[in-house]
Design a protein around this ligand. Structure first.
Ligand code: CU
Length: 373
């Protein structure tokens, strides 16, 4: 079982043992230096995508600088097998409905899901399939008719950031066993968060009650060949979730010290099951940071964001930017056009997030040395 560094208590230094300690530190320093050099060499080697001889698989794995074979936090020893067996959340943009009114029905359910390989968590889930809830995709001007059925044990609600509506009317608590319906016209394009707004909101969002609604602008965007929706979020556990499912640690949530950070609810799932595109295709990422508290700093390793609709303002985009912050409760849209085959990590460039699982791969073409799945 791997132990997350955060769970290891700080070492005490005995001043009397300083000579031995110093020698050990020097040796450790040499070891770290050697390893770092080796890593840099591997990175440099595999980065040379013009090389005639494909690097072996292991070198490619190193080149991504990602924990392909290990996971942050506490995981079972068979984490890699469990990660491969996990069915990744489908990040593909669902099709639009042709009707003026788009009917969405979600049934809230208390359920145990995996949030990392072998790590179980007791969620309160929208639509009974864990976090995030389903991707809602509408066109600007369409009306969303939302029906919320509370199949859970306590009151819940749903707050759509895409709606201009009196929250005390539409976003009200729905009692267990009851349903509630409201409508709003999606007049503002962008990618928006939805979430449970029942108090304490921190607990309801932290327990998985969030998702994304994409409101596509009436005026067509530049053509994209592939479109993916990513919801960034973090998890705060009261235990490791291995022997028994974890529940929320409010203390960690308030301290903003997550055990795991994820895209679409499961740590590293798109490392094991990469999103795919062909060389030369334009890939569009619709990104929401659900939090509950932490932002995400969206970046694609090995390329530049060709277009960035910052803050989800669909009236203009920035060109050729490297990293864009998506605030908790916010959204943004990004286009990349990658010509050369390879594995391109997409990350929150606040790198503690990568270490805790907020990382995936965009597999462009069929690069040599790729993992087989
Ligand atoms: Cu709730």
């Amino acid at each position: 079982m791997a132990i997350h560094p955060a769970s290891v208590p700080p070492r005490r230094i005995d001043p009397d043992a300083s000579a031995l300690a110093k020698a050990a530190i020097v040796l450790l320093g040499l070891l770290v230096g050697t390893l770092a050099m080796a890593a840099v060499l591997l990175w440099a080697d595999a980065r040379d995508d013009g090389a005639a001889t494909p690097a072996p698989a292991a070198a490619h794995d190193e080149a991504t600088a990602l924990p392909l074979n290990s996971f942050a936090g506490v995981v079972p020893t068979n984490a890699q097998t469990l990660a491969e067996a996990h069915k990744a959340y489908d990040a593909t943009m669902p099709p639009l409905a042709a009707t003026d009114v788009v009917k969405v029905h979600m049934t809230l359910k208390d359920m145990t899901v995996q949030i990392a390989p072998g790590v179980r968590y007791n969620t309160w889930a929208f639509d009974g399939h864990g976090a995030p809830g389903p991707i809602v995709h509408v066109k600007q001007g369409q009306t969303v008719e939302m029906t919320l059925t509370n199949g859970g044990a306590i009151p819940h609600s749903i707050d759509f950031h895409a709606a201009r509506i009196a929250p005390n009317v539409a976003f009200k608590d729905v009692m267990p066993g009851k349903s509630f319906r409201f409508r709003f016209k999606a007049n503002d394009p962008g990618v928006f968060m939805y979430h449970c707004g029942t108090k304490p909101v921190l607990a309801h969002i932290a327990n998985g009650m969030y998702g994304a609604i994409v409101v596509e602008p009436k005026q067509a965007l530049p053509k994209a060949d592939k479109e993916f929706v990513l919801v960034a979020s973090e998890w705060y556990l009261d235990g490791d979730g291995i022997d028994k499912p974890a529940a929320l640690s409010m203390a960690k949530a308030r301290a903003m010290a997550p055990d795991w950070t994820t895209f679409n609810g499961f740590a590293n799932q798109y490392v094991t099951h990469p999103l795919t595109s062909k060389p030369g295709e334009t890939v569009r990422f619709w990104v929401v940071a659900a939090g509950p508290t932490l932002d995400t700093n969206f970046h694609v390793v090995g390329t530049i964001l060709d277009r960035a609709w910052v803050n989800g303002d669909m009236t203009r985009f920035q060109r050729k930017v490297q990293t864009v912050g998506v605030p908790a409760g916010g959204g943004a849209v990004f286009d990349v056009k990658i010509d050369k085959p390879g594995l391109y990590p997409f990350v929150s460039h606040a790198f503690a997030h990568v270490d805790l699982g907020q990382v995936g791969l965009l597999k462009v073409g069929n690069p040599a040395g790729t993992m087989s799945h």
